[in-house]
Design a protein around this ligand. Sequence first.
Ligand code: TRP
Length: 454
Amino acid sequence: MNISDRQSIHGQWSSRWTFILAATGAAVGLGNIWKFPYLTGQNGGSAFVLIYVVCVATLGIPLMMAEILLGRRGRSTPIRTMQILAEETNTTQWWQIIGWSGTLAGMLILSYYSVIGGWTLAYIFKSAAGTFSGASGQLATDTFSIFIGSGTTLFFWHTAFMFLTMGVVAGGVQGGLEKAVQILMPTLFILLLLMVGYSMTTGFFGKGLTFLFTPDFSKISGTSMLSAMGQAFFSLSLGMGTIMIYGSYVPKDTSIASTSIIIALADTVVALLAGMAIFPIVFATNLEPGSGPGLIFQTLPVAFGNMTGGLAFGSLFFILLLVAAWTSSISLIEPLVTWLIENFGLTRIKAAIYSGVVTWLLGLGTVWSFNWWAGLTFFGLTFFDLLDFVTSNLMLPLGGILIALFAGWLMKAENTKAELRITNHTTYVIWRNLVRYIAPVAVFIVLLNAVGIL
Ligand code: TRP
């Protein structure tokens, strides 16, 4: 088949903007607002932020381009795309591993993502019920501990979030959701700006900014570098096929380079704003910056509880965060669902149910790792920590390296150049060297460094 005739059987975006919106919707999520601040807090702040931003710019953008490129050329599920491209380049079918490991990683990530999505859902109701009116840092922290201490409560909210996700996936109504995203994501952005405005009134804004932006390299270790890199992959949704599958619906004439830059910029700005909103409150309420996954649930309610209109504002904020999480969670399971459809001839609904049930079951491990099974650790990590470590810090970066190597070394330069539609030769050469040498070597060094070999 002629490459220009290749079409995804699952559809095509109506325009470049729809793709940018959908990919930004997949990228901006709990990773930016929940995970980025708590990892920053755990890893000592500023130096972590700096490494994160450097990783986004030097690894994230070129790898995103490579991943969209593979997706658009193969126009199929990540597994099938790699099969097609391996044939096209006359190399071994082993490259399919990118697709397999990515599809698995997406499911593993969704299993815990759904648990945190459930927290967000629960906090909409808590905020609306006025739980946080006049709340002190202590009250917010206590409320959170009681909340995650209950295995039954978390079970309920995880199940609810999973229903929301699989409902959309089964209905295939991404179209409707995209329309919602056009309004809701900008609203979330404005609310974040207002939150930053509130943080300016806490008297600790300067301290928050120093914590985030005055690099202190004494706080950096091999493992924190690995977390910063893993977080760059996680936040941009790279290394597992989400971007590949979204790329497979991209129209032929879209510029992959500028699109990737826009997505990465939007994603990073949201994460930094979240940090600027949260850390001043952390210091104002004497909370420990390294207190972990509960950080935003322990700090933001204090702001909502003490500002005028906080009741409505707080509920709205968690609703929008829920939408952001929702658009991301759909993208995590899309590779598995489309693979089931293509290979077993399942209907979309059946494929969604099967994937949903398996992911939901796995998610129970995370649900209970915060309470009943909190004492159960592997290598000193709880089930949730271990799952997060293996996916974000190992599977995504390794998937990313393989994608970079495939695009940089195996695909013909004329093909990648044509596909990327970069007219400026120097820009193309820079990209090619980044994916051939810099990205794989950098990821490798960080990985070896983290395990103490280097
Ligand atoms: N990037 C999303 C977030 O920040 C999560 C996500 C969606 C993701 N798809 C992904 C992470 C693929 C890794 C890989 O919330």
